[in-house]
Design a protein around this ligand. Structure first.
Ligand code: HEM
Length: 91
């Protein structure tokens, strides 16, 4: 059984630099430090979201299923229930 590590949002917020870049997408925490320069959508987009919840921006960019597969490689944990957002409103 694999247990996913719980990482509080307060901890994610501390990893908000180009050389230490974590962010949240759909309640999961990703370490994109190594992926930053490889990101087809540019490094700036990731820099702007460093240390915070990037779910809305990730969805708005219209990522492909290939991107969804790629991101699994960078998963390091998930938010504890108390830090999770309510479902995103449809707009
Ligand atoms: C693990 C996280 C991520 C992965 C693996 C990833 C991967 C990719 C890939 C493969 C593309 C090329 C287009 C596609 O295949 O969809 C792309 C484009 C893009 N990504 Fe990401 N991405 C990630 C996170 C993000 C985040 C957090 C943002 C915004 C804050 C973002 C913004 C964009 C934008 C703006 C594009 C360009 C879309 C276009 O050309 O129209 N990405 N990304």
């Amino acid at each position: 059984m694999s247990v996913v590590k719980e990482i509080p949002l307060e901890v994610v917020k501390q990893h908000n630099k180009k050389d230490d870049l974590w962010l949240v997408i759909e309640d999961k925490v990703y370490d994109l430090t190594k992926f930053r320069l490889e990101h087809p959508g540019g490094e700036e987009t990731l820099d702007d979201s460093a240390g915070r919840d990037a779910t809305r921006d990730f969805i708005d960019a219209g990522h492909s299923s290939e991107a969804r597969t790629m991101m699994k490689k960078y998963l390091i944990g998930e938010l504890p229930a108390a830090d999770r957002k309510k479902p995103l409103p449809i707009r």
